[in-house]
Design a protein around this ligand. Structure first.
Ligand SMILES: [Ca+2]
Length: 212
């Protein structure tokens, strides 16, 4: 489900909405989910998140994409700006990363999640998405970023992460149960180090491995 390759059709949920990812496939991805109902399971340990009912939909379109949005032929465009890297999520779906696996692989020398969060230019008029960045412990949610976006809108997000956070979830909800052109984008998504409350030290030890 997490690919650069274009699948090109609707993906209806079958079975469990949350699909845990085997470590042999990727130790950094805890799981993926289609947001078919609320509250929704967002981690392999059973963390539940109460999405608004309007965020749900029986399907998503295409995979969750590395370095592409669902305007598939181009590099990630977020809020009208082009990026080399990013994660594209078509509503209604999400992906959860295993922060302890990233710590074990790369060390724990980062303390924030950073991204340009928004939409590409695909438009079905006033149809909005809700984009989320959710931090969780093994059994409860710790912190949530949420904003709704129209096409071509975006904003910078900087979310502190402490040792209690075991999972990082990126999700795009339908907002009003309509997913036409609901292309959520998390451009330049990274785990970075912020010192003295300044975002001027972007450690290169980012989460690119999450995107493999
Ligand atoms: Ca929508």
């Amino acid at each position: 489900m997490f690919r650069k390759k274009f699948h090109g059709s609707w993906l209806l949920n079958t079975g469990e909405a949350f699909q845990a990812i085997d470590d042999a496939v990727s130790p950094f991805i805890d799981g993926v989910f289609i947001l078919v109902g609320t509250p929704a399971t967002i981690s392999s340990t059973g963390v539940l998140f109460e999405f608004p009912a309007g965020d749900t939909h029986p399907s998503t379109h295409n995979y969750i994409l590395k370095d592409r949005t669902h305007d598939i032929c181009r590099e990630p465009i977020c809020g009208g700006e082009a990026f080399e890297t990013g994660i594209g999520i078509h509503a209604s779906a999400g992906i959860t990363f295993d922060l302890d696996a990233i710590r074990a692989d790369e060390g724990n020398n980062w303390n924030h999640f950073s991204a340009r969060v928004g939409r590409d230019s695909c438009s079905c008029g006033e149809n909005r998405v809700n984009n989320y960045v959710i931090l969780s412990a093994t059994d409860h949610v710790l912190a949530v970023y949420r904003r709704d976006f129209l096409p071509n809108e975006a904003e910078g997000v900087l979310l502190p992460i402490n040792e209690d956070a075991k999972f990082l979830t990126l999700a795009t909800g339908a907002f009003e149960n309509d997913i036409c052109c609901d292309h959520g984008v998390f451009a330049n998504a990274k785990l970075i180090t912020v010192k003295d409350n300044q975002a001027d030290d972007e450690d290169e030890d980012d989460d690119d491995k999450e995107e493999d």
